[in-house]
Structures are given as C-alpha cells and as structure tokens.
Design a protein around this ligand. Structure first.
Ligand SMILES: Nc1ncnc2c1ncn2[C@@H]1O[C@H](COP(=O)(O)OP(=O)(O)OP(=O)(O)O)[C@@H](O)[C@H]1O
Ligand SMILES: [Mg+2]
Length: 301
C-alpha cells in the first residue's frame, strides 16, 4: 500500500474534524476523497502532508510513518487555497519551490520547462504571477506540486478555478500521471469528474468515512427501480415501502430504492399480489451524485 491510515483523528477543541479515519490507497491509482463542505477532507490531507499533527491514530505513507522527511520529498501537494509571491515570474516561482524541495540548479533547469508544459503554462514563464488569471494561478500551483516528480500527489480541489476546458486538461494530466505509475489522492466536490478518473473513492461526512470502494462496488450498494403501475392500493404501497429504503410516487410512477438486485422480483410480485397492474419496471442507473446525496442524507438522520 502506498498509503494506509489507522484511526487517524484530528480534534479542534471538542469537535472531531476527522474521526478514526481508516483508508488504504494502492499504488498507481487515482483515489477520490469526497464529502460536503466542512466534512474533513482538507484536514485529512493536511495531516498526511505534515502540515497538521494528528490528535491520535497513525498513518504510513510510501512505507514510512507520518513525518518522515525522505517521504515528504516524494510527495506533491496542491493546497486548496494558496497565494504566491505576486512579484515573481512563473519561472522564478517554480525555481523557488524547486530550491525548497532541495533540487539542484541543473535539475530545476531541466524540470521547470517540463512542469510548465505539463500544466499548459509554456510561454507564460516570464510573466509575473501577479498578472496570472485565477485559472493560471491554479495551473502554477499544480506545476509546483509536480515539479520534483513526486510518486504520490495530493490534489485538494485542483479544478475549482478552472473552466470546463481547463478541467478536462487537469483530468488528462491526472490520467497521464497514473499512466506513468504515480498515485493521486484527489479531494473533490465534482462528482462527475471523480466518476471519470477515479479507481476507488471514499466518502467522508462530519469527519467520518461513510462508504468506500470501487465505483462499481458503491453503485452495487443500492439499486433504484422505477415502476409504472395502476391500481396501487394503500396495502401495495405499504408493502413496497417496507421492502425498500425509500419510496417516491408521482402519478403512475413509483421509484423505490433497494439494497440489492435480488429484491427486484419480490417488488414486482408485491404489486401484482395486491391487485396492481404493472406496465413497466426499469432499473435506473445510479450516478455517484445520487449515491452521494443518499449517503449524506442518511448521515443527517
Ligand atoms: N483551524 C481550525 N480550527 C477550528 N476548526 C477547524 C479548523 N480547520 C478546520 N476546522 C473545522 O474542521 C471541519 C473540517 O474542515 P475541512 O476544511 O477539513 O473540511 P473540507 O471537507 O475540506 O471542506 P471544504 O469542502 O469546504 O473544503 C470543519 O467543521 C471546519 O470548520
Ligand atoms: Mg477543503
């Protein structure tokens, strides 16, 4: 495992920003870490990159416990919010970050043009960072995170300032990085984006992990079925409700959420046995967004 956390916890006073977080991230993956505002995503990443001390728990990164300096040199980090020295040019900014990483001048001269090209900032290296647009700023941050060719890269909302084309480019950068064997830990709100690039995901809500797995595993956790039926009695609806975790009706349409596919025949049978006439029954594709909303709502109860 490239990354393993064991009951990692961060308390702010009596509030747990992260509570007993246990995660496993395999090498060569894009791992998506999802959750609503204030769930604890950035707090976890800050503990992993060494910016915050955990209150309790442990983590192993690239084979060493938290805080190992050699490991830190192999980690790239794009913070959620940052502001750079406005008076530096893009090239100077990267050179400064390269020297903080301990890179030699020769190494910096070689890597800086590559990093600028990778994030689409070639040609802007002589321009002052203060004159960069929000999107260019975010690309410069990404170049800083990738400059020293790290093995594990933490990206905290890397596309928040980018337009749709910029977002696509960042997705492509992430896929190229994975192709070259790197591991990416991606904090994101953009569920469709996560769906497009991530191998595994974990959901966090109010500091706790509420679900994790591959996208297919998570999608299999709930099955949504849409029925078109007439003559549904109160008894039929009550039975459907008792067999499902949620039921919504709209005219002849009934939507039920089930825990597994195996329950589908029993739903059809319940309609017919209670005198209803079933015209159609369709399994609805559950997007990551549907699952996110389900998980967050069940966490509120
Ligand atoms: N320095 C701090 N002092 C006190 N509470 C904090 C501090 N930093 C974060 N918190 C609280 O910890 C919780 C988790 O915050 P965090 O920034 O990790 O959330 P997040 O999931 O990254 O949210 P967002 O999607 O808005 O970036 C929030 O309730 C936040 O208010
Ligand atoms: Mg955050």
């Amino acid at each position: 495992m490239i990354l393993e956390t064991n009951n990692l916890t961060k308390m702010y006073g009596t509030k747990a920003a992260c509570s007993n977080i246990c995660l496993l991230v395999d090498g060569g993956q894009i791992f998506g870490f999802l959750g609503p505002n204030g769930a604890g995503k950035s707090t976890l990443v800050k503990m992993l990159v060494g910016l915050l001390f955990p209150t309790s728990g442990m983590a192993n990164i690239l084979g060493s416990p938290l805080g190992n300096l050699g490991t830190r040199a192999k980690i790239g980090y794009l913070p959620e919010s940052f502001s750079y020295q406005e008076w530096l040019t893009g090239e100077e900014l990267l050179s400064f970050h390269g020297s903080l990483y301990g890179m030699s001048r020769a190494d910096r001269n070689k890597r800086i043009p590559l990093a600028l090209r990778q994030v689409g900032l070639s040609g802007k290296e002589k321009q002052k960072v203060g004159s960069y647009s929000k999107g260019m700023h975010q690309r410069a941050g990404l170049a800083c995170a990738l400059l020293h060719d790290p093995d594990l890269i933490f990206l905290d909302e890397p596309t928040s300032a980018l337009d749709p084309l910029g977002r696509r480019e960042v997705r492509e950068i992430m896929l190229e990085l994975r192709e070259s064997g790197k591991t990416i830990f991606l904090n994101s709100h953009l569920l469709s984006e996560v769906e497009m690039v991530c191998d595994r995901v974990a959901f966090i809500n109010q500091g706790k992990i509420v679900a994790s797995g591959t996208l297919a595993e998570l999608a299999a956790q709930t099955v949504e079925v849409e029925l078109q039926a007439e003559g549904l009695t109160q008894a039929a609806l009550a039975e459907l409700a008792s067999r499902s975790s949620s039921l919504k009706t709209e005219g002849r349409l009934v939507r039920v959420t089930l825990k597994e596919r195996e329950q589908i025949p029993a739903i059809a049978e319940a309609v017919v046995r209670n005198g209803g006439r079933l015209f159609s029954l369709n399994v609805v594709h559950n997007s990551l967004e549907d699952l996110f909303v389900d998980l967050m709502q069940s966490g509120d109860q």
